[in-house]
Design a binder for this molecule. Sequence first.
Ligand SMILES: [Zn+2]
Ligand SMILES: [Zn+2]
Length: 381
Amino acid sequence: MGIFNRRRRSYEDSPTTPRRPLAAAQKGSPARAAHPPGAACRICLSDNGALIQPCACRGASTWVHVDCLKRWAIQKEPRVDCWRRCGVCRTPFSGEGAVDLGEAFLGRALRSKPAFVPAARHALGSALLACGERESAAVHLKASLQAKRRNQGDTADVAAVLNDLGIATGDERLFRDALRIYGALDMLETNDAAFARLNRGNALVRRGLYEHASKEYAQALRALEKVHRGDHADVAKALGNLGVIAEYNGDYEEAVAYHSKALNMQRAVFGKDATTNDIANSLENLGVARGRLGDSEAEGHLLASIAMRRTLPAQTRAAVRTLAKLAALRTKTNMDGAQEAYTAARFLLASENGPWVEKQKAALARAAAAVSSSGRLSSLC
Ligand SMILES: [Zn+2]
Ligand SMILES: [Zn+2]
């Protein structure tokens, strides 16, 4: 349900350690999607070789070579944030290219620039996190946090690592710590602090503390609206989170209003026909909320979300989740359709592995069995 935000990306589901073709990422820019004809690297302007879309920059700045980003980051040293996030849109890099970049930075730091090691571990940890690789991300982020705290004390940079480590570990106290630092630095009205609030809200939701979470989301929304003024992907994210809380609280009309607003904003920002994880999340959330109200448009939203996830990289888990929600919705009226959706979800899982997959397979099998036995019961009656 799009409620787990990174600083700018959202994702779900706990990942496993080793790097493999991305299966768990949430959120974000396509990892190594084939680039469209006419696309060229924003740095060298060539269209040879694999281009990636590592940040929120669009238009002529959408695509770039990983190697060009590496050369760029090296040129910018001793500044080191160019290894971790885009100098223009400030989005932390995501996708597999970002992991390549983080690994290159860490390799370089370990070989010849020991002072950069904490920054390199942060860059790599942040990139792994964006791919859903939480456990390996946490290892690098913990090491980075210790070193940075020792060297710098409580800085905004340390708060940024705390935020990422909080996402990696799910430990709500880390976000609180980050917010304490932003408060002391008079930075609570910044984008980064707002994201620490959203993430803290997510951690509170996982503990069932909806009211508390809702307050964090509302404060984050206020700050983000001030920072961005007008339509923005981050504002849409906060709206979506408030919508999820409204749905949990049974305020379905309110949930629909939040998710519609988020979806319209995302379409205004990314384009009417854009395909992004954020839009897929909004469609899913809107479908669920409309389904609660018995609205006939609900199924269309869920189907659109599923179709979108199928064209995006690293969305298998999210697609399985959305299919399960579609199946649950259909159980009210269309048992065969519900079975179809469960079968499609299990089919998607067949090529996946890991503990999450086994749990999910068992849950889907149970849900499908429940549907078929209730179908049989109703036909008997
Ligand atoms: Zn290039
Ligand atoms: Zn950018």
